[in-house]
Design a protein around this ligand. Structure first.
Ligand code: ATP
Length: 239
């Protein structure tokens, strides 16, 4: 299966700091790759390079066949991005926010399609017409995902989507992310949540000091084994 997201030798240096060191990864349709790693491991730098928010020092990021550095706007047009804090206009309704952000992406909002996406994301009935300032973090994340899906983006980046969610909201979002991948999207997710990563990911990458130090199949490990593996890699950092 061809990759919708691909990093080839992707490297980013900020002055003396090697933020990302020769990253190779690919995410195909239907897959969810979760990146785990301590603060400063390079997860956000990876997402920023796919988004074309920063340019690589070496290597290539490719989105759905588009080399990001060649045309960052064209790559972003093929991407959905759900930031850790989804910024919405608080006094506008969810529907108005969605309309606004979809129009920025050049997308006409067809109401039947919008409602089908919201229903698939289990967005609470009627909430779309309430001011976004009243939304929980889980609802904001879902609206961010709805905007990505309205764009028809098949490659979706999510930066710590689970942080700050209560257990029920996190469980709900895990289900939604699984269904989104099953519908043919490729998801690249940065997270600190080892246990949710195991639930949602088809593969888990462990990053340390800008390098991908392990790639594991979560189905082959218990949560406790995954945690131990992660801690072992992090301890190597201190050695
Ligand atoms: P976190 O879990 O805290 O979000 P992360 O894994 O996302 O961490 P990055 O934010 O990618 O890590 O940072 C990787 C390294 O690059 C860190 O050492 C960070 O200080 C450095 N870095 C990131 N952005 C910049 C920047 N704009 N200028 C200088 N250094 C940066």
């Amino acid at each position: 299966m061809s990759a919708l997201l691909e990093a080839r030798g992707l490297t980013k240096r900020y002055g003396d700091q090697l933020a990302l060191d020769g990253l190779n990864l690919s995410v195909a349709a239907g897959e969810t790759l979760c990146l785990l790693g301590a603060n400063g491991a390079g997860k956000t730098t990876t997402l920023n390079l796919f988004l074309g928010f920063t340019t690589p020092t070496a290597g290539t990021a490719v989105v759905d066949g588009q080399v990001v550095a060649d045309d960052p706007a064209a790559a972003r047009a093929r991407l959905g991005y759900v930031a850790e804090v989804v910024s919405l206009y608080p006094s506008l309704s969810g529907a108005e926010n969605l309309q606004f952000f979809a129009s920025l992406a050049g997308v006409e909002v067809d109401q039947a399609r919008r409602d089908a996406i919201l229903s698939r994301l289990r967005f609470p009935d009627g909430a779309i017409n309430k001011p976004a300032g009243t939304y929980s973090k889980g609802m904001r994340q879902k609206l961010g995902l709805a905007i990505a899906l309205m764009k028809d983006a098949r490659a979706i980046l999510l930066d710590e989507p689970l942080s700050g969610l209560d257990p029920a909201a996190a469980n709900d979002l895990v289900t939604v992310l699984r269904e989104t991948a099953a519908s043919g999207a490729a998801l690249l997710v940065s997270t600190h949540d080892i246990f949710r990563a195991k639930e949602v990911a088809s593969r888990i990458g462990i990053m340390r000091h800008g390098r991908l130090v392990d790639m594991v199949d979560p189905a082959k490990l218990t949560a406790a084994e995954l945690e131990q593996l992660y801690l072992t890699h992090m301890a190597e950092r201190a050695a």
